[in-house]
Design a protein around this ligand. Structure first.
Ligand code: ZN
Length: 419
């Protein structure tokens, strides 16, 4: 269903024609910024209290829409065009034309899961808190009561089994189908491989990451991200759509996200990248173990520059201090295929240290990857949609490597110690 309405901006008095494609989500919160003065205009449907339109009010506009008046298409579930009004080319039709009706159904199935389960999200957040706080009894009780997962015993491997079942179940709409099964297989094989080859060296690696608290801290930091991804569900919907949109990957045209809050999600991207950077320590340690039977031994001279400086990390602790953007260079012939798109170091740096400018009307983000003295340096540009897509990709990489953390704990709990 689509609703056509004309809204007059409360800030500047200019009218905008809106075509709103309704999602199946019960509560719908849409936002765009006035094409004339960039003041935010919010539309909220399906709530008992506080619904309606703020920042503008409805007026009688000309029907059908004319070409002279500002126009916006809005839909929660897909990216929509910034183009002019075309009668009949509704957001749904335009989206279906991009990916085909079959893929549309796959996309809808994921969104329907989110629509059906969003009431569980606060309970999920509480459950992760109980786990993080070591509150075993209420954790087990809530996992059973709310998520239907029974914990076999109080042994740490059984508690973790429950935790990871709930996580993968709740987070499944954000995953690519079957993505988890294949990485878990890879991680289990890797752990078995290094252990069979050299149990003593493997144990030395385990002691370093566990006795220092590194692995536990990393696990708890990963768990903190999930509820933030769920809270970003609305802007992530159009990013999920792009999983099926090959046209976008070959030619990323600007498209609108109908929820517009760049500032709200800046830190989420930065925090996920920061976790992924630490997860790479595990990938590097295992790579060193596999190739040189010593988690601290990087390939000699892998960091040798043309000028003759050797920046090869002396050990895993030194590797931990390497810049995120440089880390992959020191992992020779990596056993783990890292999605490079997950780590846009320039964007992360710009968000973390420098400046980003956001144009609410065009949803264009301008960022400055390098600071050059007092000057801001050359700028790069991306769209809010692309930025949200990067959050999704970085999140998936984090989630994938979180499965490695799970496997490492499992190894610690069940494997006999070498004598
Ligand atoms: Zn305005």
């Amino acid at each position: 269903m689509n609703i056509n309405m004309t809204l007059e901006c409360d800030t500047c008095g200019e009218p905008t024609n809106c075509r709103i494609g309704m999602s199946n989500r019960e509560e719908q919160r849409l936002r765009f910024c006035c094409p004339d003065c960039s003041a935010p205009i919010d539309l909220v449907f399906g709530v008992k209290k506080g619904g309606g339109i703020t920042g503008a009010h409805r007026i009688d506009g000309r029907q059908p829409f004319d070409a002279e008046t500002n126009f916006v298409d809005l839909h929660l579930d897909f990216p929509v065009s910034f183009g002019p009004y075309v009668m009949g080319n509704t957001p749904y039709m335009a989206a279906a034309q991009r990916i085909g009706f079959e893929e549309m159904q796959l996309h809808s199935a994921r969104l329907n899961t989110l629509n059906a389960e969003h009431e569980l999200f606060p309970k999920f957040k509480t459950l992760l808190k109980l786990y993080a706080g070591g509150k075993v009894t209420p954790f087990k009780m809530n996992a059973a009561k709310t998520f239907g997962i029974i914990t076999k015993s109080d042994l740490p491997q059984d508690i973790n089994a429950t935790l990871y079942s709930v996580v993968s179940n709740v987070m499944r709409p954000f995953a690519m189908p079957h993505a988890n099964e294949s990485v878990v297989k890879l991680f289990v094989n890797m752990m078995r491989g290094v252990w069979v080859k050299d149990a003593v060296s493997t144990e030395a690696f385990m002691r370093e990451i566990i006795d220092s608290g590194f692995l536990k801290k990393l696990q708890l930091d990963c768990l903190e991200i999930y509820h933030r991804i769920l809270a970003a569900e609305l802007p992530l919907r159009p990013a999920l759509f792009l999983d099926f949109d090959d046209m976008y990957h070959s030619e990323p045209i600007p498209m609108r996200v109908s929820v517009d809050e760049f500032e709200t999600y800046k830190d989420l991207y930065k925090d996920i990248c920061e976790i992924v950077a630490r997860q790479l320590n595990l990938v590097a340690g295992l790579n060193n173990l596999q190739k040189r039977n010593d988690h601290n031994a990087f390939k000699p001279e892998i960091g040798l520059s043309r000028a003759g400086n050797n920046r090869t990390p002396k050990n895993l602790a030194a590797f931990a201090d390497v810049n995120f953007g440089d880390k992959l260079k020191f992992i020779d012939n990596s056993w783990y295929e890292f999605d490079n798109r997950a780590a846009d170091n320039q964007m992360r740096n710009a968000i973390a240290h420098y400046k980003t400018d956001y144009d609410e009307i065009s949803q264009k983000i301008t960022y400055f990857p390098r600071k050059e003295g007092m000057m801001e340096g050359k700028s790069e540009e991306t769209s809010f949609l692309d930025f949200i897509r990067r959050i999704l990709i970085a999140y998936r990489e984090m989630h994938s490597l979180h499965q490695l953390i799970k496997c490492l704990f499992f190894h610690e709990y069940i494997m006999p110690k070498p004598t």
